[in-house]
Every structure is written in structure tokens, then in C-alpha cells.
Design a protein. Structure first.
Length: 274
């Protein structure tokens, strides 16, 4: 007598339904104006830095390798531009549907609210990774004219900063950059989750994005209280450039914030009157 190990049909249907919802949310995402604007900004910004005539005077930096361009781009967008772009688009995942009047009819179909919001959360949390991939590719392309071989200096993310500690090979430079971009994307995940939580709260894109940016601004002001400093979300947004021994702590804090915001959004959405 043999025992079947195949997945029951209802479970397969539930999984397929969620995957279909996620695919649908990605298709919606591509049509958002905020996404198109974000891509244009991130494609153009590295070229601006590539031809900026006053980098040495303002940043005391002379580019000697294309592998330094991704770091320069990342440093200039992580403070405000990327949190803003992520906040607006994550909020739009709910706000756009409310504005178009399509969210309530969607929930009338035989699909649970949890699955609808889970699909939106998956897209929102993966969005920073897509944006940073665009920025990384654009930065390497813009920096290619400075060379993409081994060079004497640093990427700005390892020992010695941009000055470096000697020769660095292309593989090592790419490893440093890739690691930093991955951590930066993870740092933006709680911001996406927070924006989606506010979107569920206010059912409005502008209000949710503004509330997210305002919350981040208040958190930055709260650094004057040392007891709060290490638990504030904004304290850990530069984890991509932190010392290796502190990165794990920062990621735990960031993932904790993400889990908290995701849980709050799911609980509120389940009870929200739409």
C-alpha cells in the first residue's frame, strides 16, 4: 500500500491564486507613473555624477574607476530620494486602486483579504531590489568610461573608502558593491511596508506617502535621545556602509520593523471598511 505525497487540489489552487495575484500586482506596478519616474531618475542620476565638474571640490573625490560610480550614486540617493520613491509607489499599490474604485470589487470575488494584501506586500517589499538593480546597472554603464578593470583605490565601501588600501580586482570591487546594494535594498523594505500600512490606514496615496516621509523625518530628529538611537529605523538606513561587525544588528532591526509593519497592515486591512 502506497501513500500519495501530492499536494491537495485546494492547496494547489490557493497557491496558484496567490501567484496569479502577485503577477497581476507586478503588471499594475509597471504602469504606475511613479515607477516610470523612478526609473528615469535612477537611470539619469549616475550620468549627472559622471560628468559633474566639481566632484573634487564638493566631495573631495576624483573618480579613477567605474566601480566607484555605484557607491557615489548610492550615497546620494539613500538619504531621501530612494525612500521617497519607494514610499510613493508602495502607497500607490493601495491608493491607486481606491482612487480607481477597483479595490472593493476585487474583494467581492472569492479571494481573501489576506491574499490580496499579501500579493501587494510581496510586490512592495521586492520593489526596492528592482530600483537598486536599475541604479547599479546605470551606474556601471555611466562609470564605464573611467574603466572597469583593476585599479589602485577603493570602491568607497571597503577599507580605506575611495582611497582604498592598494590594488583592487574587478571581482572584489563587484563583490563589495553587490553586497552594499543588497543591504541597501533590505534597508528600504521597512519603508515600503510602512507606506503600505499608512495606505491601508488612509486609503490615499498622497496621505500615505506624506505620512511615511514625515515619520522618517521625526525619527531622524529623535537621535537627540541616545536611548532611542539604536532602535530607530533611520539609524540603520546606512547599514550598507556600516562596519561588518554591526551589519547583522542593523539587519535584525530592519527586518524587525518590516515584520511589525507587515503584521500591522494585514491586521488593519482585514478589518478595514472599504
Amino acid at each position: 500500500m502506497t501513500t500519495s505525497t501530492s499536494t491537495p487540489a485546494p492547496a494547489r489552487a490557493r497557491g496558484g491564486g496567490l501567484l496569479s495575484l502577485i503577477a497581476l500586482e507586478y503588471r499594475k506596478l509597471i504602469d504606475f507613473r511613479s515607477v516610470k519616474l523612478a526609473v528615469v531618475v535612477l537611470l539619469l542620476l549616475p550620468w549627472v555624477w559622471s560628468f559633474a565638474p566639481a566632484l573634487q571640490q564638493v566631495y573631495n573625490l576624483v573618480l579613477v574607476s567605474g566601480y566607484q560610480m555605484p557607491t557615489l550614486s548610492l550615497l546620494t540617493v539613500m538619504e531621501f530620494i530612494l525612500p521617497l520613491l519607494v514610499s510613493v509607489t508602495a502607497a500607490e499599490l493601495i491608493g491607486a486602486e481606491v482612487g480607481a474604485g477597483t479595490l472593493a470589487p476585487l474583494l467581492l470575488r472569492p479571494v481573501s483579504r489576506n491574499r490580496v494584501l499579501t500579493a501587494k506586500l510581496v510586490v512592495a517589499l521586492s520593489y526596492p531590489f528592482a530600483l537598486l538593480l536599475v541604479l547599479l546597472l546605470a551606474s556601471l554603464l555611466a562609470g564605464a568610461r573611467f574603466g572597469l578593470g583593476g585599479f589602485a583605490g577603493g570602491t568607497g565601501l571597503g577599507p580605506g573608502g575611495f582611497t582604498g588600501v592598494g590594488l583592487i580586482a574587478p571581482a572584489a570591487a563587484l563583490a563589495e558593491i553587490g553586497r552594499a546594494y543588497l543591504i541597501a535594498a533590505m534597508s528600504l523594505m521597512p519603508i515600503a511596508a510602512l507606506a503600505l500600512l499608512f495606505a491601508v490606514t488612509y486609503l490615499n496615496t498622497a496621505a500615505a506617502a506624506l505620512a511615511t516621509i514625515a515619520t522618517l523625518g521625526v525619527m531622524r530628529l529623535l537621535v537627540v535621545f541616545p536611548v532611542l538611537g539604536q532602535v530607530l529605523l533611520t539609524t540603520h538606513l546606512d547599514a550598507y556602509a556600516a562596519r561588518p561587525e554591526t551589519v547583522a544588528t542593523s539587519l535584525l532591526v530592519l527586518l524587525g520593523y518590516t515584520a511589525l509593519m507587515v503584521t500591522g497592515a494585514l491586521l488593519l486591512f482585514r478589518r478595514k471598511d472599504l
